[in-house]
Ligand binder design. Sequence first.
Ligand code: NAP
Length: 296
Amino acid sequence: MTARIIDGKVVAEQMRAELKNRITDLKSKGVVPGLAVVLVGDDPASRSYVTAKGKACEEIGLYSDNRCLPEKTSQKDLIDLVEELNRDPRIHGILVQLPLPRHIEEAPVVLAIDPDKDVDGFHPVNVGKMVIGQKCFLPCTPHGIVQLLLRSGVNLEGAEVVVVGRSTIVGKPIANMLIQKSPMGNATVTVCHTRTRHLADHVRRADIVIAAAGRPNTITADMVKEGAVVIDVGVNRVEDATRTRGYRLVGDVDFETVKEKASLITPVPGGVGPMTITMLMYNTVQSAMRAAGMET
Ligand code: NAP
């Protein structure tokens, strides 16, 4: 079997077109959804994410407010800015780009964000609501994965899912979302990590494999059941002298061999990645609709 490729760019485009319609509707009622992105320091990867987010917002008609603060910004000044954005009625979503410089503690900054504007879904209030199945902002990458699965026609109900990775931003939330008693869940989920014994045995049972380990070749063809759906979240740089920049990006899955066994597979790049920013904009629009009393 050769897998059908799940094209994340196409699914993201579909969702962005749907969002554009909602934004037009909101604007006709005098509401322009606004997203503030706060970046501290000069990390080039973070800077390029922030630029990409700003550009994506402009393209679909969201108001975007990028705040770039110097590396030496104090924790207090950062929290003061977050509180100012909490009060700003033009802003419906606030994202503080992580990681922060070493002298700033992450937890108090995340706690300072108004949970009603926490479009990253990292505030403990939103995490708690997600776990108990209440309406909340779902974290962007895991929510993007669920949308990719559903929009590719994958049946989650009763499916055996193996998640490789237990981070707070990917592994734990995707596992939580998929076990919810809801059309976006109802799966049977196993979560694996570096202390898991016999990783291959778990993965071989899976109807759906979600690889979020951050290590190339964590999932190889011998570990995958014939016809499984494989979602590759990993983004890893590997040296490549044939590329002018000296490296290329690969996922956690050995794509070339696994695609011969899977029924559906996401590529890296172009799979999960394009969904993350889309889901951030989705949450911002959802927030603006709530603020305007147009809750869906
Ligand atoms: P992370 O915080 O480093 O967590 C990695 C997880 O994988 C940990 O739980 C670790 O186990 C587990 N792990 C590592 N090697 C393993 C192995 N050989 N076998 C089993 N488990 C293993 O990473 P993350 O933030 O979740 O990100 C994971 C990957 O996704 C990264 O490549 C990241 O760049 C990518 N990512 C992509 C997007 C996107 O939008 N496309 C978004 C977020 C992340 P322990 O807990 O035991 O250490």
